[in-house]
Design a binder for this molecule. Structure first.
Ligand SMILES: Nc1nc2c(ncn2[C@@H]2O[C@H](COP(=O)(O)OP(=O)(O)O)[C@@H](O)[C@H]2O)c(=O)[nH]1
Ligand SMILES: [Mg+2]
Length: 189
């Protein structure tokens, strides 16, 4: 099953992919370059997590049970991120296009949002509308470790959907995320 992480740049998608994959027992991240590059968790944290939006422009993957069929393996797919408007740089436009393309092949979607934002952004609202038409979607409010974290606006706005408070940095909420992911996976198979 392909679980695709989408959201705006800098919300913590890449750190979540790496640390959650590690939590699930995966010890290698694949960078979907040509040819694909296999990175240790440490190297992928060092090279791919960044405050610079779209620094990392190729998708990353983490596969649990690699070698098994797609029905019995879980593949977490990171995306570079989606921004408001059309970015000026060609490389950023390609990054946005690849993020949208990955979304269309998702069997489950994690919409990652910076939980420090006190209002719901129109872009996240639009992404949620799109995601739920494609696959079951969980909203992941990340950065629950920061003092400005406030989940209420998102919880109220997305009342019909599960909204999980997590921290990709401290791994808070990973057990809940795993349980919900596996429950959805079982429901699909
Ligand atoms: N405090 C805190 N910082 C985080 C968390 N997740 C990501 N970050 C930081 O946010 C920045 C962007 O993270 P990144 O994973 O590259 O975001 P992406 O652009 O959505 O992939 C980096 O500096 C991360 O260290 C979190 O849960 N808590
Ligand atoms: Mg990233």
């Amino acid at each position: 099953m392909r679980v695709v992480l989408v959201g705006q740049p800098n919300v913590g998608k890449t750190l979540l992919l790496i640390n959650f994959a590690a939590y699930l027992g995966c010890n290698e991240i694949v960078k979907d370059a040509h040819p694909p590059d296999r990175l240790s968790l440490e190297r992928s944290r060092r090279e791919c997590v960044s405050y610079v939006a779209h620094k990392h422009v190729v998708p990353l993957r983490a596969s649990l049970n690699p070698g098994k069929s797609t029905e019995t393996s879980l593949v977490l797919v990171d995306t570079p991120g989606i921004m408001e408007g059309v970015p000026g740089e060609a490389r950023q436009r390609r990054a946005m296009a690849s993020s949208l393309e990955e979304l269309f092949y998702a069997q489950m979607i994690l919409l990652v949002i910076d939980g420090g934002l006190s209002t719901v952004s129109p872009l996240d609202d639009a992404l949620m509308g799109l995601a739920t038409r494609i696959a079951p979607t969980l909203i992941v409010l990340n950065k629950a470790d920061v003092r400005r974290f406030q989940p209420s606006a998102h919880r109220d706005h997305f009342a019909a959907s599960p909204v999980l408070a997590i921290s990709a940095l401290t791994r808070r909420g990973f057990r809940d995320l795993k349980q919900r992911l596996y429950a959805l996976w079982e429901a699909q198979s």
